[in-house]
Write a protein that binds this ligand. Structure first.
Ligand code: GLU
Length: 384
């Protein structure tokens, strides 16, 4: 029997458990164009309503869900009468996206709203997540939305993205959004059941791989080629899996074709699960390993203790600010006994100096605007 099918039932049970609220308080769910848009260029409302119902169930069990959705270009192309599904040129795709996104957003707002869930739209380009300043902004917005019980609905900002600043496909976007959302898992809902050893439409011996412990050349070879109306295809899904697992986040490809696909995946675990790389997430490793810091934040013993307990760095415990850093730079945090942490700072050096030693309730008057929750958020910090 193929290694991927050995004790498939057991593997699948583990697989779906990995995406359960207890181990995965925040989940990213990607919905592809081929699931969402019918042949006539309209939203498949009944199906999307069943996804919204699944999301509502997840929220009631304590799991926050971020939706990454495609479909804007497919929906807009139909409304503008564009050929090739709106993908004949970048201009066409951008016009189609602008037209379709508003339809897409309305569908989510309405169908999530029926369950008392507030949809919140975020449109991103690649450099929004590559730029550390904007990455922090996105992370903070997602955090706030999820804390408020809203359901972020994310898509690529196709109408403004040029080739150089495109994610290109929403599989990759999902994998990049997951760390920013502090998600514990990503589920790519797909029009296939998962990754097969060969193309199941052409090769009768093709088998579904339940579990991929590591992504090697053989796995990538299995994913060759693209399918469907989205830009994704299996190669893009495996590329997304590589990004997610390197950030310490498991990713599943699950069959999205039937109604209630999230409930179905939770019940059966059928799909392909790419195991997360064990150890510190790549991002934290990167923070710890980068040699150059742009400045130092000197903190008192109380702040040092709070950091050791896993809390964020608040300005109140800061005794000095050194260096000419800007918001989003990597800085060192130094306590009475020496360096204790590194992290991405939420303020420019001058502002950090202004609020150093001051409690949050005194900061607005010093800054002239409402302060951020912390000088360095714990999610953006690694202890040394
Ligand atoms: N962002 C595109 C859209 O909404 C889809 C990209 C993809 O197919 O992955 O139409």
């Amino acid at each position: 029997m193929d290694a991927g099918l050995v004790a498939a039932a057991d593997v699948c049970q583990v697989a779906s458990a990995r995406f359960a609220p207890a181990v995965c308080p925040r989940l990213v769910v990607k919905i592809g164009s081929s699931l969402l848009v019918d042949a006539g260029g309209n939203v498949r409302r009944d199906w999307l309503a069943s996804v919204a119902a699944d999301v509502a169930v997840r929220r009631r069990t304590g799991q926050a869900v971020v939706i990454v959705t495609s479909g804007a270009i497919a929906l807009g192309a139909r409304r503008l009468g564009l050929a090739k599904g709106g993908r004949a040129s970048l201009d066409d795709a951008q016009a189609a996206a602008a037209t379709g996104q508003i339809v897409l957003a309305a569908a989510y707002a309405e169908l999530l709203g029926k369950h008392g869930l507030q949809a919140a739209q975020i449109l991103l380009t690649l450099d929004d997540l590559d730029d550390r300043r904007r990455y922090l902004n996105v992370a903070a917005t997602l955090d706030r939305l999820l804390a408020l019980g809203a359901v972020p609905v994310v898509n690529e900002n196709d109408s403004v993205a040029t080739q150089e600043i495109r994610f290109g496909d929403n599989d990759r976007l999902s994998a990049r959004v997951a760390p920013a959302a502090q998600a514990g898992g990503v589920i790519l809902l797909s029009d296939v059941a998962g990754l097969y050893t060969a193309d199941p439409r052409r090769d009768a011996s093709a088998r579904l791989l339940a579990d991929v412990p590591s992504i090697d050349a053989a796995v990538e070879a299995m994913a060759g080629g693209t399918t469907g109306v989205g830009t994704g295809g299996m190669a893009a899904k495996v590329a997304a899996a590589k990004l997610a697992v390197a950030a310490g986040i498991p990713l599943a490809i699950a069959d999205g074709r039937g109604d209630h696909p999230l409930a179905a995946f939770a019940a059966t675990g059928i799909g392909t699960v790419f195991a997360a790389t064990v150890g510190a997430p790549a991002r934290k490793a990167w923070l710890a390993g980068r040699a150059v810091v742009a400045g130092q934040i000197i903190v008192d013993a109380g702040a040092a203790t709070a950091l050791a307990e896993g809390r964020s760095l608040l300005a109140a415990g800061v005794t000095a600010v050194e260096g000419g850093f800007v918001r989003g730079d990597l800085v060192a945090v130094v306590g009475p006994a020496g360096p204790i942490a590194r992290g991405l700072i939420a303020y420019d050096a001058a502002e950090a100096g202004l609020i150093a030693g001051h409690r949050n309730d005194a900061q607005a008057a010093l800054l002239g605007y409402a302060p951020r929750a912390a000088l360095i958020h714990r999610d953006q910090m690694v202890l040394l």
